[in-house]
Design a protein around this ligand. Structure first.
Ligand SMILES: Cc1cc2nc3c(=O)[nH]c(=O)nc-3n(C[C@H](O)[C@H](O)[C@H](O)COP(=O)(O)OP(=O)(O)OC[C@H]3O[C@@H](n4cnc5c(N)ncnc54)[C@H](O)[C@@H]3O)c2cc1C
Length: 397
């Protein structure tokens, strides 16, 4: 029988009742993050965004939510199952992309690289303090001249006794200027790919970190240029497992799983705000929600958000059963990033001029979507990864 009641509640848009698939633990984690986002992040984030300042205290509050380290088990990490992990990304993204990216870079890319590609000794050495947010991590892959083409990074690592000597530049590195350890991806003299962990970067000779300014999206997380001139990193700080870009790509595929959820959350956050606004805002003596043209936008947004949620749920089933391929993660990221851009723009226009004011949140989410569209593989790169799997032919070059 059809349920006539619109299933939109203040607890989150869930048209296809996906909440019914969650177990109590997943629901509890989701609600804990949601509560923190709604009570702490949403009321406080906008001035930080406006000043392009990192909200350290808000970010440190994540420590108490039991989510740091994501799916990593042991070492004080959260040990979330993949669905709980996705829900965390979704809820954070509904509130703010900068906080989400702080979490994604630290917990996903940096801790994820160590968890997946480090030795036991390296995990023991770094992960416990990172799980407590006592040490913050960054992930340095992109370079000024090597963005999408990161497989050809130019940064070099030359062996010199019991150290590697790093030379090169990195760009866009999130958390770098506040990081206690930065994983630098470089090629050694044998042409092998490696992850080199620079500890205490502020006190390392030859290393310069300079925050980028003038960024129009995710302004409350800082991204930096890193310049390395003969930076010495102990041999023991080379991640044990990676030898080719394919190893790093495993971390990136997990990242794309998270970013697919992030895109869905970003879109859902914008849609929920627009729906509320449309019911409250009156023009021509009526709520604007009563106009067909506004309802068209609302339905369009609701449908896209629901489709994004469904993709995320199935992708999660695939990752949980060890069936997710790189191209599956890319397809989800490709679809959801595109749709997040579309939905946040519809939400913005539904709110008229007020949609352009940072204090109303949707403008911020709209620029979050621009970043989502570009990082963790641009739209085109994820498309090409899917195309390669479909045809067996690489069209990258
Ligand atoms: C806010 C933000 C945070 C980031 N954080 C990090 C981080 O913490 N660590 C990190 O290492 N990196 C980070 N990045 C970098 C990000 O991963 C890169 O921006 C991304 O990989 C794209 O590289 P690029 O910007 O150099 O664009 P380019 O690679 O120069 O691409 C420019 C355009 O060309 C297209 N293009 C490129 N190659 C092809 C091709 N073969 N076929 C068709 N089209 C193509 C692209 O899709 C894009 O539209 C971040 C970026 C941003 C914006």
């Amino acid at each position: 029988m059809l349920n006539e009641k619109a299933p939109t509640t203040t607890s989150g848009f869930d048209f296809f009742k996906l909440d019914s698939f969650l177990n109590d633990e997943q629901r509890a984690i989701r609600d804990r993050v949601r509560e923190y986002v709604q009570s702490q992040i949403m009321p406080n984030i906008s001035p930080y965004w406006d000043r392009a300042e990192f909200p350290r205290e808000l970010a440190m509050g994540l420590r108490d939510l039991g989510i740091i380290g994501g799916v990593i088990r042991g070492y004080g990490s959260a040990g979330l199952d993949p669905l709980a992990m996705g829900l965390v990304k979704y809820e954070l993204a509904k509130g703010d992309g900068s906080i989400n990216t702080f979490y994604g870079v630290h917990s996903g890319l940096a801790m994820g690289s160590i968890g997946l590609l480090g030795s036991n000794e390296q995990r023991e050495r770094w992960l416990p303090a990172m799980s407590r947010l006592e040490k913050i991590g960054a992930f340095g892959l992109t370079e000024p001249e090597q963005g999408s083409d990161a497989v050809h990074v130019r940064t070099t690592a030359r062996l010199d006794g019991d150290h590697y000597v790093l030379n090169g530049t990195k760009r866009w590195i999130g958390n770098a200027s506040i990081a206690d350890l930065i994983i630098i991806w470089a090629r050694d003299e044998d042409g092998q790919f490696g992850g080199f962990v620079i500890e205490d970067p502020k006190h390392v000779a030859g290393l310069e970190i300079e925050d980028l300014t003038g960024k129009i999206g995710k302004r409350a997380i800082l991204n930096a240029d890193i310049r390395m001139k003969d930076v010495r990193v102990p041999v023991a700080n080379r991640l044990a497992k990676p030898r080719s870009f394919k190893d790093t790509a495993k971390v990136l595929a997990l990242g794309r799983f998270g970013v697919s959820w992030e895109a869905a959350g970003c879109a859902a956050g914008a849609f929920e705000l627009a729906l509320k606004y449309a019911k409250e805002r009156e023009q021509f003596g009526k709520p604007i929600a009563s106009f067909q043209l506004i309802q068209q936008k609302l339905v369009e947004m609701a449908t896209e958000v629901t489709a994004m949620q469904l993709i995320c749920f199935q992708l999660t089933q695939l990752i949980a059963s060890d069936q997710m391929t790189e191209a599956m993660a890319s397809m989800a990221k490709y679809n959801n990033a595109r749709k997040a851009r579309y939905v946040t723009q519809l939400a913005r226009e539904t709110m008229g001029g007020n949609g352009l004011l940072i204090e109303n949140h949707v403008a911020r989410l709209m620029t979050d979507a621009e970043v989502i569209y570009t990082y963790e593989g641009t739209n085109e790169i994820n498309m090409l990864l899917v195309g390669r799997e479909l045809t067996g032919i690489s069209a990258f070059t």
